[in-house]
Write a protein that binds this ligand. Structure first.
Ligand SMILES: [Zn+2]
Length: 216
């Protein structure tokens, strides 16, 4: 896997912020990329994060959408918690250098958390851990059903690892606006597949993350 990860280091692109922007191991953000408007969403959050920890922040529209999502989850008797939101390039660099071979950790610039549009969530039943078991909890099942209604997709689904380039992560949600979230969920397309369909002729660029291009 490290060979695959290292082979992506040449793909550094000047990505522009948009709610459907595609960031992955192939399409990385520059070191100075930062969303214009980062705010602190009013949602229950992992208390081990300091009150001023940037990981508590999200891009403003995503933050408001997350607030609505959490209000509804609480109304439905669930206990969702935010665990990790915005992440700087340098913080991602630290995480990656500690663990460069795992498919859970993105290389610097290759994490959507740097866009302010991604949020990792968990629940007290798992001690707020980020594990696959989250999908089996009441909160995880509720999230699968309801996240798209608030503009979020489950970004790294099971069975699409070769396209997204990341392991199955039922805890990682990504804001893409409500209309796109509903479209992607109903069609079962990943964001990589959506971009590949939307711009079929843009150079011969491969939007996926497979080591070799595979049809989907
Ligand atoms: Zn995440």
């Amino acid at each position: 896997m490290s060979e695959v990860l290292n082979s992506y280091s040449k793909f550094i692109m000047p990505l522009v912020f948009s709610y459907d922007m595609l960031v992955n191991r192939n399409r990385r953000l520059s070191e100075d990329f930062k969303p214009e408007s980062l705010i602190l969403p009013q949602i229950p959050f992992d208390s081990s994060a300091a009150p001023d920890d940037p990981k508590r922040m999200l891009e403003s529209e995503a933050a408001h959408a997350a607030e609505s999502l959490f209000i509804q989850s609480r109304h439905d008797g669930l206990h969702l918690y935010g665990v990790s939101g915005y992440r700087t390039y340098s913080r991602q660099n630290e995480l990656f250098s500690r663990n460069p071979e795992t498919i859970y950790v993105a290389p610097p610039g290759g994490s959507e958390h740097q866009t302010g549009l991604a949020l990792d969530v968990s629940c007290p039943a798992l001690s707020l851990d980020l594990t696959e078991e989250f999908a089996l909890t009441l909160e995880g099942r509720w999230l699968t059903k309801n996240a798209p209604l608030f503009g979020f997709i489950l970004r790294y689904p099971k069975g699409k690892e070769n396209i997204t380039g990341y392991a199955y992560e039922p805890w990682h949600i990504r804001y893409v606006t409500r209309s796109l979230a509903l479209y992607l969920t109903l069609t079962g397309l990943t964001l990589e597949e959506y971009h590949s369909l939307r711009l079929p002729d843009e150079d011969s660029e491969d939007y996926g993350c497979a080591a070799s291009s595979e049809p989907f």
